[in-house]
Design a protein around this ligand. Structure first.
Ligand SMILES: CC(C)(COP(=O)(O)OP(=O)(O)OC[C@H]1O[C@@H](n2cnc3c(N)ncnc32)[C@H](O)[C@@H]1OP(=O)(O)O)[C@@H](O)C(=O)NCCC(=O)NCCS
Length: 217
């Protein structure tokens, strides 16, 4: 367990029952996900439906009280991805998150939605032929970060490197490398690309660690 995911264990007390801890890659691979990379951690109080539609890269952390509904569609997560507590991911139309992207807390992403115009019945308890569900993929590019409490609707692509401020509603695709916020989300300014240098440094560090490991085998 790493420092950020460890259980609270103090001497003379029971383990903290409110911190259920995380499943990690080795165990997760037994549950039926489509794929699970290295260093993946998923909080034990996460709700996930449709494990066989979910592909997980390396270095991923999914925190508590996240709900992932993937009984149809798909969820594809790249590498170095964080999904903060209390997020909801409706995956019926397909959700993809690129490397180094993240959701803070309490964000909802819908790749499928009922028709709100009144031309059909709504909600999943009604037989499908009476509904008019819109399905469209949601794609978050590399280095995208979404602020607390935001909502992203079907068909949205958030371009590489863009950030979305807290409490935003994203109804249309956003271009690359911008800072956006609001309902509906609008561009505030360009976003710095300084992080790309740090990404290169991290990749070099990883490559050098893996060479050292191969030599020591
Ligand atoms: C959008 C955001 C990135 C902009 O940050 P910034 O570049 O430092 O911009 P500023 O704080 O200077 O704000 C610029 C203006 O936009 C307004 N603003 C900023 N964020 C806003 C938001 N999410 N919604 C509505 N208005 C917002 C500010 O009040 C300010 O208005 P003013 O010019 O009338 O005073 C930031 O405010 C934000 O929402 N960050 C998300 C933080 C978060 O969710 N963290 C969770 C843990 S990771």
């Amino acid at each position: 367990m790493t420092k950020d995911t460890q259980q609270d264990l103090s001497p003379n007390t029971l383990p903290n029952p409110f911190n259920q801890g995380y499943f990690e890659s080795e165990e997760l691979r037994k549950f039926g996900f489509k794929s699970v990379g290295e260093n993946v951690k998923i909080a034990k109080n996460t709700t996930i439906i449709g494990l066989n539609n979910i592909s997980l890269g390396n270095n991923i952390r999914i925190d508590g009280n996240v709900v992932i509904a993937a009984y149809s569609g798909s969820l594809t997560l790249g590498n170095y991805i964080h999904i903060g507590g209390g997020c909801y991911l409706g995956c019926a139309g397909g959700i993809t998150m690129g490397d180094f992207s993240g959701l803070s807390q309490g964000i909802s992403i819908y790749s499928g939605t009922d028709d709100y115009t009144g031309k059909s019945l709504t909600n999943p308890t009604v037989p499908h032929k009476y509904l008019k569900v819109k399905l469209a993929p949601v794609v978050l590019g590399k280095h995208v970060i979404v602020g607390s409490g935001s909502v992203i609707l079907p068909g949205v692509t958030i371009g590489e490197g863009s950030s979305v401020g807290a409490l935003s509603l994203v109804t249309k695709s956003l271009d690359e490398w911008g800072v956006y916020f609001g309902a509906p989300a609008k561009k505030l300014k360009a976003r710095s690309k300084d992080m790309l240098k740090l990404e290169s440094e991290l990749m070099l560090e990883n490559a050098s660690k893996s060479t050292q490991q191969q030599r020591s085998v």
